[in-house]
Design a protein around this ligand. Sequence first.
Ligand code: GDP
Length: 531
Amino acid sequence: MTQTLREELKNEVARRRTFAIISHPDAGKTTLTEKLLLFGGAIHTAGSVKARKAARHATSDWMEIEKQRGISVTSSVMQFEYAGKHVNILDTPGHQDFSEDTYRTLTAADSAVMLIDVAKGVEAQTIKLFQVCAKRGIPIFTFINKLDREGQNPFDLLEEIERVLGIRSVPMNWPIGMGRELCGVYDRMKKQVEVFDGSDHSTIEVKKVEDYNDPLIRQMAGDYLADQLVNECELLDVAGDPFDYEKVMQGQLTPVFFGSAVNNFGVQTFLENFLQLAPQPASRKSTEGEVEPTDEKFSGYIFKIQANMNPAHRDRLAFLRICSGKFERGMSVRHVRAGKEIKLSQPQQFLAQDREIVDTAYPGDIIGLFDPGIFRIGDSLSQGSSKVFDELPTFSPEIFSKVSVKNALKQKQYLKGLDQLTEEGMVQVFRSVGPFEDTYLGVVGQLQFDVFEYRMKNEYGVDIQLARTPFQFARWIVAEGSGKIDPTKFRINSTLVKDKNDNDVALFENEYAMRTAMERMPEVKFLETAP
Ligand code: GDP
């Protein structure tokens, strides 16, 4: 019996898991990703993900910056099958210099894995990425990595997660020793011990036990560590949060797993638990109400555009997250903003090592569409309707530079480039008000400037000059009622500018200047993003 489209969608959606790994550089994201892909059979030798990074450097010459700085600028997607589940990992750049792209990529994820270095705890970039996920209320799973190294006390780490990130946690397993003393982890849910064998990382021994009091643990770990485990687990039983699936789904409670990615220790258990607990693609908000993934009509939105991977062709790849329906190669969909039907003929899907042409795809999947210049970030594509997904948040820039063109004769190309790159969401542009028109660019990460400069030169043939300014905050200001904005009040450590839609924006050098302005002008609203 052939299944109906509705049934097919239901089955395919139920087995999809689309997530991003969020972490601070060096926590082990590449290593963990690689282990996950190995389990999924998507790659066959360790080192491939790193090798892929290197290979990309060789081919993607448009991104000279990547090569020079040894970082991955653009996020991509990796997919594999494991235990009947179809897994999509969204890769977010691991470097400190992340950009709005990173944030936007997170909107395409249904859950996140937060990777924390056992010694370093919650670090700066983890906090930023966490906050983006928390805003969307998606479930967050925590993997505390590098247990084979001396790290912080596990209780301190949990306390730090709660204090810094404001999310409660429930340890799914608990370390038996750490660093050189690491014996294994005790699985609190399955009541078993995963034994850490420092000499042989290829086989992981799992021992079934009664509970954490089991003499078997004592035999294995010795009295000192066994006593410690008993004490700590008793404390967790009494004072710790119980596992609560609903709270996990609402992003109020994070299940915590301890392990060591490089030793492949605790990774498989993590993967299996994660795939079981992590949510399948959920409904998404649109201008025509909630869109269920099992809706038969195809829909999706573009969250990222990767430009000029091949400078000879000026091709761009638009990354689309499927929200509902079944994707079929060659299908016609409505490009809502442009108001026309387009044919999706050469879509690509992403494996760990290569891209391949995709024939069908389902909600939760990400496909890459060749873009002859018709797409913008945030565009919705939809079959037989004009719904628009309202998924992409805009971010308040934190770094500002004045931009100018070096050769005045290139003014026209410069304006064209500026226009197109801001349209793409590469940078935000502001213009000063007053007799001398200055142009400011605002970004969340320095890297965006580097890429902007590079692309201006290589795509538009324009050399630009960027001068860093001391501004750190942008606030869109709106006067309430009949009030007017008094420019003289924005002089000290601040300036007034207009965004590209002519909204009033104030830039501030520091928090003090911003707070003072707010206090002085109670009738004015200060918004973090455009109204
Ligand atoms: P990323 O920057 O987050 O992608 O981090 P990488 O995966 O490149 O890892 C950073 C460093 O930490 C590398 O030298 C890894 O070998 C190391 N590393 C990753 N996982 C572990 C682990 O479990 N234990 C130890 N000791 N080192 C690890």
